[in-house]
Design a protein. Structure first.
Length: 202
């Protein structure tokens, strides 16, 4: 493992998966979201979270946005990355779309107070914006420890690698979900169209 830990402390649906892929590409051992740890946060039990953190040097998604202060105090040489969307409306739209796909979750119940965000936009946006502001205020004047990024605004390898002290890898930056999704839909449409033509011929 690395000699320091890197915590992604942006809320979910802010590009946390992209951050995970970046860190893995740079050699970090990165954990996935952990519901049981989020339950520990809800109960105020930090012991299991600290114990879990010993096994990784990269962190993103839940529960880390909710315990960044505790992680900062415990791991003095750690780095913290706040991922965000280009605006709150885009973030909420993504959160809502994901909730429709996944359905109600305990993750959202603990993190936001509701299992589903539908018809509760002001509340969720307020939670999101307050979190970002609190993070910025907490790390104010600590540029060596804190980085804020927005993949939609062009941040990528140069920002991450410069912050963490790594050489930029010779691979394409992994923020390609939107493009891949469109390409997939186009391919799917083409296959369907070809299939319809063949049905007519046969």
């Amino acid at each position: 493992m690395k000699d320091r830990k890197v915590f992604g402390i942006g809320m979910n649906k802010t590009g946390t998966t992209t951050l995970k892929v970046c860190l893995e590409q740079l050699g970090y051992t990165v954990c996935s979201p952990e519901l049981e740890l989020l339950r520990c946060v809800d109960r105020g039990e930090l012991g299991p979270i600290f114990e879990f953190a010993e096994n990784y040097d990269g962190f993103q998604d839940w529960p880390w946005p909710l315990v960044y202060k505790e992680m900062d105090r415990r791991y003095e040489n750690s780095k913290f990355v706040l991922t965000r969307r280009k605006n709150s409306d885009v973030w909420f739209k993504s959160l809502k779309k994901h909730s429709i796909k996944k359905g109600p979750t305990e993750y959202r119940k603990i993190a936001y107070g509701y299992e589903m965000p539908a018809r509760k936009k002001p509340h969720h946006v307020n939670v999101y914006e307050e979190h970002n502001e609190e993070v910025r205020a907490y790390f104010a004047g600590r540029e060596e420890d804190f980085l804020e990024v927005c993949w939609e605004e062009g941040d990528g390898w140069e920002e991450i690698c410069g912050f963490l002290g790594h050489d930029v890898p010779e691979v394409v930056f992994p923020h390609r979900k939107k493009s891949l999704s469109r390409a997939h839909l186009i391919l799917k449409y083409m296959k369907r169209s070809v299939g319809n033509v063949m049905d007519r011929i046969l």
